[in-house]
Design a protein around this ligand. Structure first.
Ligand code: ADP
Length: 482
């Protein structure tokens, strides 16, 4: 149901807020734009005041311009947007009051600033910020009145610029503009959010539905290839198998990403050996590295626990993606994995001597479907989803994925993750109890309602030497068990 204007206003008052990535981007751009405009204006006003009119307040304005320039550089280097905005407000307030104390001509720009400020605040953060902006303008106005009483200079009375009636009607107008603008923005944001949710749901359903027939194609091809097939057909089937597998990887990646973005992916917590997982991935990718004559190795420090609780599948997925990329983008030299325990987390670094990544694309490649260059899909394959998924998985594991690289000088991808230490002996005992040694073929009851899946699973289980009985639904399966 669509929220009424009143509802959305009340919602805002109760701090019901929708955050989006675009909103952060918008805030950053707004602050940067305001900083640039303010510093340019400060220089354009300060320099003529000093040089042409010999007015001492020009030095305050000029100094203010330099201060804003430093703030802009700090912002570019990573100072947080909100802190930057607060510093801008305080410094601008001080600047205006100082100038007002020294000369009259500042009345007009100050009145404009008092008007514009609540609107900037509103654009920046919404309704409550707008209210904050009105409070700020109000305090600045009071500051002007106080200066009026205590300034040693001859002043034009502020009452000539701002009368009480004008002030009140002015604030009511801003309040109404703020409320209307905010309600419109809320609606736009919730529409954007609904569209994003619909997209996520569509992708999740579609990739899930595609997986079933794709598994059928790959599974049946595998079954045929395991028998005796003429060479020519074998080669053609191998191509079908490879293409199908690539397609399945893509479908699985899209499914993972949509689950991660809609917060529907949960991690498992199982006893794992990090060393085993790393060795598995190295063994999987060694043939590719050998083919390219690259050294692929791993250094695992003794501080890394033998066993701990974590999600083995997802950890393997991240390491496979990072080492896979490192091998793919390294024409010669080496790829090394280093694992160590750092600040109660496990840290893993993947170092390569490959083509490296330029500063310009370093942030971009963590977005879905982004590759360093458009020609990469043709040259190296891939879909640009691996890093986006890995970054989100690492965040879910309580860590951070970071990158250091220079174009042409290799890359270092590192990530850390939280783990729960466990008693190795207990795990070993448990495992030894759980593994009964028997040579008898396993009896399997297979329950599957999809004919193709049933056919594939039956064939594979039989190939593994299992005695299989199959049913097409749960009710029939229960009858067999009872
Ligand atoms: P994919 O490998 O499927 O293209 P990823 O999300 O895993 O997708 O990687 C995105 C892009 O990041 C790659 O296409 C490549 O441009 C760049 N990249 C990733 N890892 C490396 C690396 N080790 N060296 C150089 N470039 C890399």
């Amino acid at each position: 149901m669509k929220a009424s204007l009143l509802e959305s206003l009340l919602g805002r008052l109760l701090n019901h807020r929708v955050y989006t990535k675009n909103r952060n981007l918008f805030q950053a751009r707004l602050v940067a734009a305001v900083l640039v405009i303010a510093s340019v204006t400060a220089f354009a006003t300060g320099i003529p005041l000093i040089l042409m009119l010999g007015d001492p307040s020009g030095f305050v304005t000029f100094g203010f311009g330099i201060f804003l320039l430093i703030l802009l550089i700090a912002f570019r280097l990573g100072l947080e947007t909100s802190i930057c905005f607060v510093i801008l407000e305080i410094s601008t307030g001080i600047h205006f009051l100082l100038c007002r104390a020294m000369q009259d001509r500042i009345d007009w720009p100050l009145a404009v600033w008092l008007t514009i400020f609540p609107i900037l605040r509103l654009l920046y953060g919404g309704f409550r910020h707008g209210l904050f902006g009105i409070g700020y303008s109000f305090l600045l106005g009071i500051g002007m009145y106080l200066l009026e009483s205590y300034s040693p200079f001859e002043r034009v009375p502020v009452s000539e610029i701002l009368s009480f009636e004008r002030g009140v009607s002015f604030m009511i107008a801003i309040f109404i503009i703020t409320a209307v603008f905010n309600a419109l923005r809320m609606e736009a944001m919730s529409q954007a959010e609904q569209a994003a949710n619909a997209r996520t749901l569509f992708l999740a359903n579609m990739s899930h539905e595609l997986r079933t027939p794709m598994n059928g194609v790959i599974g049946i091809t595998e079954l045929i290839l395991s028998g005796s097939v003429p060479d020519e057909i074998r080669n053609q089937l191998a191509l079908v198998h490879r293409s199908g597998s690539q397609m399945l990887v893509l479908i699985n990646n899209i499914l993972d990403l949509t689950r991660l973005e809609s917060m529907k992916l949960t991690l498992e917590s199982l006893p794992i050996s990090i060393k085993d997982i790393i060795e598995d991935v190295i063994a999987l990718l060694k043939p590719t590295a050998d083919q390219k004559q690259i050294t692929l190795s791993a250094e695992i420090e003794s501080t890394v626990p033998d066993v701990c609780l974590a999600d083995p599948l997802r950890l393997k997925q991240i390491i496979t993606n990072l080492i896979g990329n490192a091998v793919k983008f390294t024409p010669n030299g080496y790829v090394t994995l280093k694992a160590q325990k750092l600040n109660e987390k496990i840290q893993i670094q993947i170092i390569d001597t490959g083509i490296g990544i330029s500063e310009e694309v370093r942030e971009r490649i963590f977005f879905p479907f982004e590759q360093a260059d458009v020609s990469f899909t043709r040259r190296y394959g891939g879909s640009g989803l691996g890093l986006a998924i890995s970054q989100r998985l690492v965040a879910l594991m309580g860590g951070k994925l970071s990158l250091r690289s220079n174009e042409g000088n290799g890359s270092i991808f590192s990530f850390d993750f939280e783990f729960t230490p466990i008693n190795t002996e207990l795990v070993n005992k448990k495992n030894s109890i759980e593994k009964p040694e028997t040579n008898n073929p396993k009896k399997v009851l297979l329950v599957e309602d999809n004919d193709v899946n049933l056919f594939v699973a039956l064939g594979m289980l039989k190939r593994c030497g299992c005695k299989v009985e199959s049913r097409s639904n749960g009710k029939e399966a229960l009858e067999v068990v009872q």
